[in-house]
Write a protein that binds this ligand. Sequence first.
Ligand code: PLP
Length: 282
Amino acid sequence: MRVLALLDGTIVDPEAPLFRADDLGVMRGDGIFETVLVADRQPRELGPHLDRLERSARLMQMQLPERAAWERALQAVIDNWPWDTDPEMALKLVCTRGLDEGDGTPHGFAMGMQIGEDTRRKRRDGVAAVTLERGFAPDLMDRAPWLLLSAKTLSYAVNMAALREAQSRGAEEVIFTATDDSVLEGPTSTVVIARGRTLVTTPPSSGILKGTTQGALFRAAEQAGWRTEVAAFPTSALFEADGVWMCSSVRLVTQVHTIDGTAIKADPELHAEISRLYESNY
Ligand code: PLP
């Protein structure tokens, strides 16, 4: 199931061609995107997602259609989604730099997609992860802005390759590590650990994407009396933690039960509490 809208709010056939072969998004992955969860017609964390889309565009030095256009397209998709049969969708907002040798007009769309059984299983049963090197130091972002660390660009081929590597090692998630062995993030998720009643995540200044799901979880956790910290930690901290989660808009707060083939603490009650905290936002 797909529902596709252009930025003027027109609904178009999701199976019809939309992009020219010389679009820079197609030729070079030169563009940006966001994925928003919409549950019961309500987009979650829409403000932070649109803020992040604008931040990615700034880092890319790319023109971005105005916010109202994204909101119009998003609403058209929501209005045309079959809510009676499918109460959740993943909504992608995609924008490319436009045509090669064009006038710099960006091309964007919004597309609603069904959430698959695989995602529901990960939410329910948790995941095994492997740690994989990402190959950069945590202080690289400021020194080398052209590497676009922390921008959500369409160039996700490396992230997808890492997930295939995880599968070849019998796992289904990846925790990327920096050259100093500190934890970074997953290919499509933010890492959160629990130490007693403190939740810790890794700092966006290390070149990772600032997660909207982690942000929502921390907001609710603080209100419920948990402490929260944004601080670097080494890979060994994953094995010593009271719980490890991978947070992302569509998979929500997914518990990690195994890392590099070793079972880690994965208390079902703690997981239920963390999930309830996140859901209490909505
Ligand atoms: N880190 C990366 C690299 C991602 O691609 C994503 C989302 O896809 C996240 C973290 C989690 O972000 P969010 O919770 O906003 O979905």
